[in-house]
Design a protein around this ligand. Structure first.
Ligand SMILES: NC(=O)c1ccc[n+]([C@@H]2O[C@H](COP(=O)([O-])OP(=O)(O)OC[C@H]3O[C@@H](n4cnc5c(N)ncnc54)[C@H](O)[C@@H]3O)[C@@H](O)[C@H]2O)c1
Length: 673
């Protein structure tokens, strides 16, 4: 399909002539059949809801087809309307547009649906099993049409994948405002998601899926690298005489959207990693992309391979194509010393394909979760109990196990596994409690990212050079507390190009604080102005950040003043970003740990070398980081108190309420010690 035909398809939105039905592609990784949750009356409603996207003349043909999709897959995806053109991030000028900002958003949407990037691309699921960008292909087509025709004086409003419409606004307003899964709090149980999603009225946007900011596994490789690296350093300190982390063994599960980054991160950190993945298609995809070095499906052969790699202190990654419970039990039985352990099955979505119980094939699980959800639930919980028992055996021999933000501890507790310590807390920390929170978020360091809209790798190289120079400049006068983070990130950005981390769009990520993000972005804008970067750059971040997410068992698990169950920070963040220059903003219920368990938000900002972009960078990035630092400081987190005082000293107009720390003796004198 040539450029003109592509542009015409985008402009057409819902086509006037019914496209031919699309054959079901068995080569591609599909979403599991979703639970059959609707009553007969609700099924009629789901059908009415789906048909309202189409003119009456199509209804007689589409009604039975959509009813069949609902019956077969538990959702109406409208497969027939999946476009025939290739799905990938094109150079920005190939998108038909009246607003360059809108064209950048189209690029980001197509990148999120690129089969090399998305987990279940035909079901519009980007990552995490249920992280949707749209609920159906009609929403995709309509949204792209709106984006192609909108001007810089309109804002597109997105309700959980549904484009409500274009509304008049102004140049400095966001071009798109997204909400995903926002429901009345009492209707935020997992089954509510199943029902609303099957009705076609709500979706689970995960974090970067529903906000068009997912950049494939690279986005998470960096975070995973610094997590594994810092976990290994912590573990190393516990072993007297050990001075480097080579030869340490890291064991986990999942080679999916985010979890697929683990073996690559293990290699970059320099350890031996073994990751179990039950789905051979997912494992093969990561192997073909070069993200994991070896595939094994036989535990008898895997064990000696592990021993050899550890003995040789080799940085190598192995996938075990099978159930992680079998792997853990075998490691415990063999007495292999595991240094670091975690889990990245999608336990935020345990009953609908996020976690596959031991003793069943993938197909058996898929069948049972739809046909007999109650029995499937039992199997998942029994499997978790076995998994925890094996992990406990290894932890008793010194393994450092951490929850990787996938609700592993929470679901294990709910399953009745032996996961609670004597003090009523979980036996194991979350990676945010020990690592991310105190070392990164409290100082404002978070997953800043950018995408070069030209699609030209040379532009990405230019941004890498600029970012390195900026960070090296900041490093010269940085306080001791953050030098370490800067060093790791300088090392990362220098290695990023040679490590060929790009999958999909020309994107890069690094961890930076407010100063780093702002200075890097201003330097990019200057380079665009001078023509050293050829086209605009999109800035953004994962929601998994300093200020982006309120999630009591993850991002805000190191908040100890009781406010970890409040979501003011994430909501304020999105509101604040929207009037300080974001090109798009999004607010989500769910993300990472599950529907109803977290509120998070994100932004995208297109910078084009203009003065407006300079102002947006200064105002918005500052707020986007310091909102969270101020909140963490109020929660009495020391790193944040230090950071926000430093920020107030250099920023006129910033006045943050600081906590007074009461002596324990005063509180104890009232309530006893
Ligand atoms: N990487 C990170 O930094 C990070 C951060 C926060 C949260 N998470 C969480 O990690 C989880 C995984 O994310 P994802 O995007 O990779 O999800 P995903 O669904 O794409 O991948 C999970 C993989 O686990 C596999 N799996 C499930 N049960 C298994 C079992 N018993 N044995 C072996 N393999 C099994 C699945 O086949 C799937 O491929 C999510 O809950 C996510 O929220 C990751």
């Amino acid at each position: 399909m040539d450029k003109e035909q592509f542009a015409a398809e985008i402009r057409a939105g819902i086509p006037d002539v019914l496209p031919e039905p699309m054959p079901y592609d068995t080569e591609i990784n599909h979403a599991p059949k979703r639970k059959d949750i609707l009553t007969p009356a609700e099924k009629k409603l789901a059908l009415r809801n789906a048909l309202r996207y189409f003119p009456k003349k199509f209804h007689a043909v589409l009604a039975p087809e959509f009813a069949d999709e609902l019956e077969t897959y538990g959702r109406i995806y409208m497969y027939r309307f999946r476009p025939k053109y290739e799905m990938y991030a094109r150079p920005i000028d190939e998108y038909p547009h009246r607003s360059l900002q809108a064209a950048a958003i189209m690029l980001m949407i197509q990148n999120n649906l690129n089969p090399a990037v998305a987990q279940h691309p035909h079901e519009l699921i980007v990552y995490g099993g249920n992280g949707a960008i749209f609920q159906n292909w009609a929403q995709y087509r309509l949204t792209m049409k709106y984006l192609s025709e909108m001007t810089d004086e309109q804002t597109l409003v997105m309700y959980s994948g549904h484009p409500l419409g274009l509304f008049p606004s102004h140049r400095n307003a966001p071009r798109v405002v997204v909400t995903n899964g926002m429901v009345i709090p009492n209707y935020s149980k997992p089954d509510d998601w199943e029902r609303f999603n099957a009705l076609g009225v709500s979706q689970y946007g995960q974090m970067t899926a529903g906000s068009y900011m997912y950049i494939g596994p690279q986005g998470i490789v960096h975070g995973t690298t610094i997590t594994v690296l810092n976990a290994a350093r912590m573990q190393m300190k516990k072993e007297p005489g050990r001075s480097d982390i080579r030869g340490m063994l890291f064991v986990s599960s999942g080679l999916g959207g985010m979890s697929g980054a683990q073996p690559k991160a293990g290699n970059i950190a320099g350890v031996v990693s073994v990751v179990a993945e039950i789905n051979p298609l997912a494992a093969r995809k990561r192997y073909d992309q070069g993200w994991v070095d070896e595939l094994h499906d036989n535990l008898d052969e895997l064990m000696p391979a592990i021993r050899k790699a550890v003995g040789e202190r080799k940085a190598v990654s192995m996938a075990y194509v099978g159930n992680v419970v079998d792997l853990w039990e075998r490691l415990a039985d063999e007495g292999i010393k595991v240094d670091l352990g975690s889990d990245q099955t999608s336990l935020h979505n345990p009953w609908a394909g996020g976690y596959y119980p031991v003793g069943m094939t993938l197909e058996e699980s898929k069948e049972m979760m739809a046909a007999n959800p109650a029995a499937f639930r039992e199997r998942v919980q029994a499997s978790l109990r076995r998994q925890v028992a094996a992990i406990n055996r290894l932890a008793e021999r010194g393994m450092y196990f951490f929850d990787y933000g996938n609700a592993f501890l929470l679901q294990s507790q709910r399953a009745g596994a032996d996961i609670m310590g004597a003090d009523g807390r979980f036996r194991y920390p979350s990676y945010v409690q020990d690592i991310m929170g105190p070392m990164f978020f409290d100082y404002g360091f978070g997953p800043f990212r950018w995408v070069c809209t030209s699609g030209d790798p040379k532009d990405l190289e230019a941004t890498d050079r600029i970012a390195t120079a900026v960070l090296e400049g900041i490093r010269k006068t940085a306080p001791e507390e953050i030098k370490h983070q800067l060093d790791d990130n300088i090392h990362w950005i220098k290695e990023a190009g040679p490590n060929h981390l790009v999958v999909g769009s020309q994107a890069r990520i690094l961890y930076a604080d407010a100063e780093g993000r702002t200075k890097i972005a201003l330097a990019f804008n200057e380079a665009i102005r001078r023509g050293e970067i050829s086209r605009p750059v999109v800035l953004g971040r994962d929601h998994h950040d300093v200020s982006g997410t309120d999630s009591p068992f993850r991002e805000t698990s190191n908040i100890y003043d009781g406010s970890q169950f409040c979501a003011d920070m994430a909501v304020q963040n999105v509101i604040g970003d929207s009037f300080r220059g974001a090109t798009w903003v999004s607010l989500h219920n769910g993300g990472g740990v599950g529907w109803g368990e977290v509120i998070n938000g994100g932004f995208g900002m297109v910078i084009d070398g203009g003065d407006d972009s300079d102002r947006h960078i200064r105002e918005m990035l500052f707020w986007d980081v310091n909102n969270g630092i101020a909140r963490r400081s109020w929660a009495r987190n020391e790193g944040s108190m230090h950071s926000i005082v430093r920020e107030m000293e250099r920023t006129p107009g910033l006045k943050v309420t600081m906590p007074n720390i009461v002596d324990d003796s005063v509180v104890d004198s009232v309530f006893g010690s």
